[in-house]
Design a protein around this ligand. Sequence first.
Ligand SMILES: CC(C)(COP(=O)(O)OP(=O)(O)OC[C@H]1O[C@@H](n2cnc3c(N)ncnc32)[C@H](O)[C@@H]1OP(=O)(O)O)[C@@H](O)C(=O)NCCC(=O)NCCS
Length: 142
Amino acid sequence: MESALKIITPFVTTHSFFIFPEDLNHTGNLFGGKILAEMDLVAARACRRILYGTKCDGAVTACLERVDFKAPAHLGDIIELNATITDLGRTSIKIKVLVYKETPIGETSMICEAYFTFVALRKGKPKAHQCILITPSTQHLN
Ligand SMILES: CC(C)(COP(=O)(O)OP(=O)(O)OC[C@H]1O[C@@H](n2cnc3c(N)ncnc32)[C@H](O)[C@@H]1OP(=O)(O)O)[C@@H](O)C(=O)NCCC(=O)NCCS
């Protein structure tokens, strides 16, 4: 018998880091591959929080739909990543990730946006997560 449904209300998962010299590409900008890896990690962390208490034992990245690198970031900037669950399928979990930079003089701006799909697994196979996302637009259904 499947476990009870888990109700998820919107939450933001955050992660941040300082840009060190080894994070730069040859132009002196934050390396795109570094940003992608950090986005994948914050999205994975959001998925993990969803799956606590379910019968799933993990989730994998299935798809990275669109990435917009809107502005560069540089040595010494602080990068903050925010992951938000936007939709839940039977086994899939859609996540929006926004990336911001904070410069050494305190100016902040968004530098990147991407949309991930993760798939919940049990023993390496897709598994229904039994989670339902309640957003302001669906709350009237209760
Ligand atoms: C992701 C993966 C588990 C899907 O397995 P699968 O057997 O093809 O899955 P299914 O066809 O049963 O689909 C399961 C769900 O995944 C979704 N899905 C599968 N491939 C997808 C893709 N490329 N993009 C978006 N969603 C996808 C399906 O829509 C379905 O969602 P739903 O249950 O919410 O309706 C499998 O392709 C895989 O293991 N890929 C490698 C993952 C990986 O190594 N990632 C990098 C490291 S984490």
